[in-house]
Ligand binder design. Structure first.
Ligand SMILES: Nc1ncnc2c1ncn2[C@@H]1O[C@H](COP(=O)(O)OP(=O)(O)OP(=O)(O)O)[C@@H](O)[C@H]1O
Ligand SMILES: [Mg+2]
Length: 331
């Protein structure tokens, strides 16, 4: 079964620029992201592996201090970035306050307004848009051959991807309003025989944002340029979650490139003298049947449950053999 096995044929071909790993917490998104990024870099692609996890999980798996440090080269061609989204949000909030002070020529923002601005820091949407903005920025800059995005666990990272449309139409609207305002301003000035003022900084900024978002969504929506993978484990709970997530993806018009099955118990457990271990394995076999039945060909790779957490470049390389080269077949 299965058209392709292992991510190599799906991802490491020409034209693919962006890979996103989504899925519930703790199932292997970061592990998969690191392994794919590693394999692509070994093939000579210049790769950026990106996460916003405040737990600094890429730092953990690469065994390097990366969090909030910008792009860190962990081996030739492989750059890892773990953005400090909270710091980014705080910097943004400061900027907003500064602009308000300048615009209204005040030394101090009224306390109730300041409190309102500060409270927006706690909004999950704020975290998501900061993440989205950082992703779009990297892709629009275009300095890498491949971008691997390790998504945050909440909402399977799906809600964040729906921001594409929300943000784009929001920026479109703002631009339109600003353009109209500028038109009226010009007419008013002409009537008063005044000369045209300098460039509209805000409008230019909006054009920049729009360019950035469009570049990003164009890549994201193009199936030949981007691939989404759901990471799951062979447990009933994970089957139900993945089913729901796949529906949510479908609803926003994103077709996943495949499902990665992680933490698959090894066959040798079937003959283990311990009934506990044998049972555990038997249970997995039932779930695997369910997975085959529900997702079938969508499953494109299987990674075994290792005796220890895969960490460091050696551990990552081992994961890549399964994820990318597909050395473990389950059916
Ligand atoms: N195949 C495996 N065998 C053994 N341990 C694994 C395997 N895959 C992942 N792990 C371990 O499971 C834990 C969770 O994996 P990982 O951090 O990749 O998940 P995640 O989906 O990124 O989690 P989060 O949602 O919290 O970001 C880690 O400690 C990792 O080392
Ligand atoms: Mg993670």
């Amino acid at each position: 079964m299965g058209v392709a096995w292992g991510l190599r044929d799906i991802v490491l071909r020409d034209g693919v620029k962006m890979v996103i790993f989504a899925g519930k917490g703790g199932l292997g998104k970061t592990t998969s992201s690191a392994a794919l990024a590693y394999a692509a870099a070994r093939e000579g692609k210049k790769v950026l592996c990106f996460s916003t996890d405040p737990q600094a999980s890429l730092s953990d798996i690469f065994e390097r201090d990366i969090f909030g440090k910008g792009e860190v080269e962990v081996m030739p061609n492989l750059y890892v970035v773990e953005i400090d989204a909270d710091a980014k949000i705080n910097a943004y909030i400061q900027e907003v306050k500064q602009r308000i002070r300048e615009m209204y020529k005040m030394d101090q923002i009224p306390p109730e307004i300041e409190a309102y601005i500060d409270s927006s820091v706690a909004e999950p949407a704020m975290y998501e848009s900061a993440t989205y903005d950082a992703m779009a920025e990297y892709v629009a800059r275009g300095e890498y051959d491949l971008y691997v995005f390790d998504m945050p666990p909440f909402g399977h990272g799906i809600r964040m991807l729906t921001m594409a449309d929300v943000l784009t139409s929001w920026v479109e609207k703002l631009t339109e309003v600003r353009e109209k305002a500028r038109e009226y301003d010009e007419i008013a000035r002409k009537l008063r025989s005044e000369r045209l003022v300098k460039e509209d900084e805000i409008l230019n900024e909006l054009y920049d944002i729009r360019r950035k978002l469009t570049t990003f969504t164009d890549v994201m929506r193009d199936r030949s340029k981007s691939a989404f993978f759901m990471v799951m484990t062979p447990e009933a709970m994970s089957v139900y979650d993945t089913e729901k997530a796949l529906e949510a993806f479908k609803a926003i018009g994103i077709k996943p490139a495949g499902v990665v099955l992680n933490k698959v118990l090894p066959r040798e457990m079937a003959d283990n003298p311990s009934p506990y271990i044998r049972n555990r394995y038997r249970q997995q076999e039932e779930v695997l049947k369910m997975i085959l039945d529900k997702f079938g060909d969508l499953v494109v790779a299987a990674i075994p449950m290792f005796p220890r957490e895969p960490k460091g470049l050696d551990g990552i390389r081992e994961v890549a053999r399964h994820l990318v080269d597909g050395v473990t077949r389950i059916w």
